[in-house]
Ligand binder design. Structure first.
Ligand code: SAH
Ligand code: SF4
Ligand code: F3S
Length: 450
């Protein structure tokens, strides 16, 4: 009788940088590698296979990759001296943008794989193991990637579902159209199928992911609003969110849907980048400040409690003090529940990198500090405004203390509350009693009134 050979246990270390798209992709890489016997380790020195899933969006993000490769080199040499191997793989947007350069600068890197080729990882890693000398993986189409990667089997109650990749907007500061390629939307049936599978496994909240998620256009003319409506019909799916959106894709139908569809959570991440019309034009954002304010006003009309989040870039080439002040005014006028702000970072090959009037590092740092101070105050005020309110909280697990649970508010805030009965996946009423800039805490409502 022959004994079936089980795959030998190997250790996988993945470090993820950048956006939610990368977080999602890293999980999928784990999924394709686990049938080969790869189990996750938290220690790079312990790993047979290391994957850095990289981000190219700002210079700092890219620099991190090279310093991390340097650290890995030491682990690799130590392991080699002990007779153990280590395969170093660079994935993600730096891999896509600078694959050749990584190969040249970092001989210890075995494999470079762009975001469209992750389903080929088992084959690519086997090739490296056979020492064929091949080190570079090129682009494949997004369709092939989505079809080939198995649906995620998450254990939680919240999940990301990627529905769209790439971008054709070409904002003058941004590398994404170059690293993730042209916009591609997954077929409607595939997305619905994956959402049903997630709901069957206990997922109650789905966040749709894409670089321009609201530009989604499925087969048969299905638009993003159609997709949301179809997803809302799925039993078990209780909450829907999406990110990241572009203001020019917020059409009338989608705005109206925020008022009609109860499963659509009252929280929207809608990057604006700047409050100055001249800067918005130079950024090629395709809209002005008034257009953005109008969208917000219409959203608030149909969904008065909607909370907003955004992205800002300070110190875009040519930005004057007055133009920066227009950004500050935008923040005062709109008021945000949360935001991500960045100093402009010139990216090779993008139009803005060659623009006149690059802003000094000092001015960028000073503007960023002022903006962050204002945004932090708004975030704290938004969280404090929840005190005394009873919110529906989706239970995501146990809290730090016995008897404590943690969950998520409709506004994406983390909430801790005392309750022994509530189980994971349930939505319970919690009266909010305290707030910090980062999270809320409260008491199960029935208990509070008893
Ligand atoms: N697709 C999204 C954003 C993707 S990148 C959108 O259209 O809004 C995430 C954020 O990084 C951007 O919103 C922008 O604020 C920031 N960013 C992109 N390129 C940058 C650069 N060169 N320098 C600084 N910040 C940048
Ligand atoms: Fe980048 Fe602009 Fe596309 Fe967003 S819309 S990914 S910022 S080019
Ligand atoms: Fe970074 Fe690529 Fe995302 S550049 S922000 S990881 S799409």
């Amino acid at each position: 009788m022959s004994e079936q050979k089980r795959p030998e246990l190997k250790r996988l270390f993945i470090e993820t940088y950048g956006c939610q798209m990368n977080v999602y992709d890293s999980e999928r890489m784990r999924d394709v590698l686990s049938p080969l016997g790869y189990a996750t380790t938290e220690r790079p020195d312990d790993a047979d296979l290391v994957i850095l899933n990289t981000c190219h969006i700002r210079e700092k993000a890219t620099d991190k990759v090279y310093s991390e490769i340097g650290r890995l080199r030491a682990h690799k040499e130590r392991r080699a001296a002990e007779g153990r191997g280590m395969t170093i793989t660079i994935a993600g947007c730096v891999a896509q943008a600078e694959g050749e350069e990584i190969m040249r600068r970092a001989p210890e890197v075995d494999l470079v794989v762009g975001p469209q080729a992750y389903h080929k990882l088992p084959e690519l890693i086997a090739r490296v193991a056979r020492k064929t000398g091949e080190r570079l993986a090129a682009d494949f189409t997004a369709q092939e990637k989505f079809d080939a990667l198995p649906a995620r089997a998450p254990d939680g109650v919240t999940a990301f579902l990627s529905i769209q990749e790439g971008c054709d907007k070409f904002c003058t500061f941004c590398v994404v159209p170059y690293t993730r390629g042209a916009e591609y939307s997954r077929p409607l049936a595939d997305v619905l199928h994956e959402a049903r599978a997630l709901a069957d496994r206990g997922v109650r909240e789905i966040t749709l992911l894409g670089q321009n998620v609201n530009a989604y256009h499925g087969d048969g003319g299905a638009g993003f609003s159609d997709l949301l409506r179809r997803l809302a019909e799925i039993d078990g799916v209780e909450r829907l969110r999406y990110m990241t959106s572009h203001p020019i894709e917020m059409d009338d139908e989608l705005i109206a849907l925020h008022g009609e569809e109860k499963k659509l959570m009252p929280y929207l991440h809608l990057p604006v980048q700047s409050g100055s019309d001249r800067i918005l034009k130079a950024m090629n954002r395709k809209h002005d400040g008034a257009f953005y304010r109008d969208i917000i006003a219409r959203l608030r009309k149909v969904r008065p409690d909607i909370a907003l989040s955004t992205d800002f870039i300070v110190g875009f080439p040519g930005e004057t003090e007055k133009e920066f002040e227009a950004t500050m005014q935008m923040v005062r006028d709109v008021t945000f529940a949360s935001a991500f702000s960045f100093k402009y970072s010139p990216r090779p090959g993008t139009p803005a990198a060659g623009m006149m009037g690059q802003v000094s590092e000092e001015a960028k740092a000073e503007r960023l500090a002022r903006l962050l101070e204002l945004l932090s105050a708004q975030q704290l005020a938004f969280n404090q405004a929840q005190i005394g309110r009873v919110l529906p909280i989706l239970v995501t697990g146990d809290g730090r203390r016995p008897g404590q649970k943690q969950g998520r508010s409709p506004y994406l805030q983390g909430v801790h509350f005392d309750d022994v009965r509530a189980s994971k996946g349930e939505t319970v009423a919690v009266r909010i009693s305290a707030a910090t800039q980062g999270s809320l805490s409260g008491v199960r409502h029935e208990m509070a009134t008893a």
